[in-house]
Design a protein around this ligand. Structure first.
Ligand SMILES: Nc1nc2c(ncn2[C@@H]2O[C@H](COP(=O)(O)OP(=O)(O)OP(=O)(O)O)[C@@H](O)[C@H]2O)c(=O)[nH]1
Ligand SMILES: [Mg+2]
Ligand SMILES: [Zn+2]
Length: 352
């Protein structure tokens, strides 16, 4: 074990976690926070320092969500083994890509989520809405960080577009490499608090982490010139301590953030559309061509961007799909299968 020990409070331990402990827990185990997840075990930090612990497959099966960076676990006093997980007060999740319906956990026990994008082709309001919905669903404060302000003529148009989303998320434009950037983010950096950086590859997440730490803890690398895309330099999630006692999580760049059943998060991101929808003539208005649709009226009056509505509807469909149980999903697939089959039979019939 290393010597870098911290008090539990300094590690981010809260009454929320204490309440989950039993007297027996305290006799046989001690709390530790996960700073890294590797194939051969978890790297954890506790009042005793940093160490690697194992996770029994039997325990893995009982977990509601996969253990991730920022989580608290109980470590057996007699062996470097996880006894059980402690529920986090917040967790950032996504759906696995493709047809895999598993939930992946990105970071746990977070206070602030820095959603990072840059002043180039990466900037995309609809993608920001995804990240914001996931943060609001987890009740984590999102902050939009626009990097590479030094590389564009002016970051203003990007700041304006981010503000035009109309959410409570603060918007900050920075040069991630510059030392003074730490000050611009300082209001979200507090002892015992945990923050994470998420976003596409190459936007400067690790650069920001290095700037905050004040040294090169994380590797960074240039983006491809032809398409402004990153090279996926960071390959695993990792948590670092700042000198002031803030915990900072760096994550690998995401190609896409597939959302889970984040219905409440979506309602928060799109609360202006929700407010309009409440004034539609029909309660079940789909905002397509119905008479008395307040949403379409707002678009026609130039008060609402049609992109916003399209984005909301797309994300609602994605969230509904993610919220289905496997059984419902199979039933739906069978239904679509039948529909496609009969459509094909009809087509065949008229071909002849
Ligand atoms: N000029 C300038 N360069 C930046 C800025 N932010 C990041 N970069 C550069 O962009 C490149 C990518 O930065 P990284 O920090 O590695 O990006 P990342 O988001 O961690 O990428 P992944 O680890 O692949 O997800 C590096 O060469 C950085 O030096 C910025 O604000 N200004
Ligand atoms: Mg990185
Ligand atoms: Zn409507």
């Amino acid at each position: 074990m290393s010597s870098s020990a911290f008090s539990l409070a300094r590690l981010g331990w809260r009454p929320f976690h204490s309440q989950q402990l039993t007297l027996q827990d305290l006799e046989t185990a001690h709390p530790a926070r996960v700073t890294g997840v590797h194939r051969n075990g978890l790297v954890v930090i506790s009042e005793q320092g940093t160490t690697t612990v194992t996770l029994a497959p039997r325990l893995l099966e009982t977990l509601e969500l996969p253990i991730t960076v920022g989580d608290w676990v109980l470590i057996e006093n007699d062996a470097p083994r996880v006894q059980r997980a402690i529920a986090p007060y917040s967790v950032i999740k996504r759906q696995a890509a493709g047809t895999d319906h598993r939930v992946q956990t990105i970071a746990a026990n977070l206070d602030t989520l820095f959603v990072v994008t840059s002043c180039n082709d990466d900037f995309n309001p609809s993608r920001l809405e995804r990240y914001l919905a996931v943060a609001f669903e987890a009740q984590v404060e999102p902050v939009i960080v626009i990097t590479k302000a030094d590389l564009c003529d002016s970051p203003e148009p990007y700041i304006e577009q981010a503000n035009a989303l109309g959410t409570s998320a603060a918007v900050v434009a920075v040069n991630a490499i510059e030392e003074s950037t730490a000050e611009k983010l300082s209001q979200w950096l507090q002892p015992g608090q945990t923050v994470a950086f998420v976003g596409s590859s190459g936007v400067g997440k690790s650069t920001l982490v290095n700037t905050l730490i004040g040294k090169s803890a994380q590797d960074t690398s240039g983006i491809r010139q032809d398409d402004s895309k990153g090279r996926h330099t960071t390959t695993s999630r990792e948590m670092f301590a700042l000198d002031d006692g803030t915990w900072v999580i760096d994550t690998p760049g995401m190609r896409e953030l597939k959302i889970g059943a984040v219905d409440a998060g979506l309602r928060t991101v799109f609360d202006n559309i929700e407010a309009l929808a409440a004034q539609c003539h029909f309660r079940d208005c789909r905002h397509e061509a119905e008479t008395g649709c307040a949403v379409i009226a707002a678009i026609e009056a130039g008060e609402l961007d049609s992109r916003r509505l399209a984005s909301y509807q797309k994300l609602q469909r994605e969230a509904a799909l993610a919220g289905m149980s496997n059984r419902e999903r199979r039933a739906r697939d069978r239904h679509f299968g039948r529909m496609t089959n009969s459509a094909m039979r009809i087509k065949e019939k008229y071909k002849r």
